[in-house]
Design a protein around this ligand. Structure first.
Ligand code: DQA
Length: 145
């Protein structure tokens, strides 16, 4: 059976391409999904690419991933800096978890410097723009391989 990589996206990322493009660029989430899906398919993996503005929905998808996914790539967006619930959910997941941020959060406001998700993540990519997702998928493929 084809293994699946979950790629989860948090609040406001549905507006990617329109939202503060000077920070996040002009690629849309659909553009990123296309690149990640193709990259994963070339290595024999499926992708389930999801976005929600609601914390509980992201927790539910992490729970779903426990039985459906081999690995999770997650950009929790603002919940990165606030969500113990998403951290707790990720701590129930047994496969690799990679955290992605489009912007370099360490160059921005101090409240973005702390990540709850980093306490669980096996790797973190920040400041590589939307290319960070492709880098994370590549790394996920090598971790799963
Ligand atoms: C972000 C960084 C977060 O601080 C911010 O709240 C986001 C996006 C990023 O991808 O750079 O919404 O996760």
């Amino acid at each position: 059976m084809t293994e699946t990589i979950y790629i989860l996206n948090g609040p406001n990322l549905n507006l990617l391409g329109k939202r503060q493009p000077e920070i996040y660029g002009y690629d849309t989430l659909e553009d990123i999904e296309g690149v990640c899906t193709e990259l994963a398919a070339d290595a024999g993996y499926a992708v389930r690419f999801l976005q929600s503005n609601h914390e509980g929905q992201i927790v539910d998808w992490v729970h779903e991933a426990r039985s459906e996914a081999s690995g999770i790539v997650i950009n929790p967006a603002a919940y990165t800096h606030t969500s113990v619930a998403i951290l707790d959910a990720l701590n129930t997941f047994e496969g690799p978890v990679l955290e992605v941020h489009i912007s370099n959060v360490h160059k921005r406001e101090s409240f973005r410097h702390h990540s709850y998700v980093s306490l669980r993540a096996d790797g973190v990519i920040a400041g590589f723009g939307t290319e960070g997702y492709a880098l994370a998928v590549r790394r996920m493929i090598s971790l799963l391989g």
